[in-house]
Ligand binder design. Structure first.
Ligand SMILES: Nc1nc2c(ncn2[C@@H]2O[C@H](COP(=O)(O)OP(=O)(O)OP(=O)(O)O)[C@@H](O)[C@H]2O)c(=O)[nH]1
Ligand SMILES: [Mg+2]
Length: 189
């Protein structure tokens, strides 16, 4: 795991509750129609995409409750986590927060930056980014850092729409930037 980011293509874990909009995000990036998206089959969670000339290996996992305990099979070798939250799903924001807290506290993911995407911002009944950030209160669910690396862990929120593309490019630019910075840091060592 230690030198995972020296791999050419970073491994990205794409997780969040079922129906959050994970696969739709990839549909947007690859110009597929999100009206045709189906719940992800637990059997086939793999996608390669290219953003700004950077290849990413994205593990687009099923968010079904019964599958969530299998997410951990993808933790080893992970470089970046994308956690997707449906910004219209008030009833399950707390459940999202619990899953996010587990991931943030997972020892195998302590080196991974977290991109938290609040999707479906095109819908009128969305919660605002501020409301969601207040409710999640990230500092209360993040582990106490055990070293300088962990103290510098980057966590970034974006409010996005896979329907109209709002903030999708910016989000992935952030991922590519995190990867490049990490490669630079490892070269210096
Ligand atoms: N309006 C709107 N609908 C969206 C957006 N993103 C996803 N959806 C819809 O939300 C539903 C779920 O999207 P998926 O991408 O399948 O969700 P998922 O997180 O991959 O779900 P699982 O694979 O079951 O874990 C679909 O009906 C999408 O069309 C968005 O940004 N805006
Ligand atoms: Mg899916």
């Amino acid at each position: 795991m230690g030198n995972s980011s020296s791999k050419k293509s970073p491994h990205v874990l794409l997780v969040g509750l079922d129906n959050a909009g994970k696969t739709s995000l990839l549909y947007n990036l690859t110009n597929k129609n999100i009206d045709t998206v189906q719940p992800t089959s637990p059997q086939n969670p793999f996608e390669k995409i290219k953003v700004q000339n950077q290849k990413l290996i994205i593990w687009d996992l099923s968010g079904k409750e019964s599958f969530r305990n299998k997410w951990r099979h993808y933790f080893v070798g992970n470089d970046i986590v994308i956690f997707v939250i449906d910004s219209t799903d008030r009833d399950r924001l707390e459940e999202s927060k619990e899953e996010l807290a587990k991931l943030l506290n997972e020892p195998l993911l302590r080196d991974s930056p977290f991109l938290i995407l609040l999707t479906k911002n095109d819908l009128a009944n969305q919660m605002t980014q501020q409301d969601i950030e207040d409710q999640i209160n990230i500092n209360t669910i993040s582990p106490s850092p055990q070293n300088a690396n962990e103290a510098n862990r980057k966590i970034k929120f974006f409010s996005t729409s896979s329907l109209n593309g709002s903030n999708i490019k910016e989000s992935f630019a952030w991922i590519v930037e995190q990867h490049k910075e990490r490669v630079k840091r490892e070269k210096k060592k």
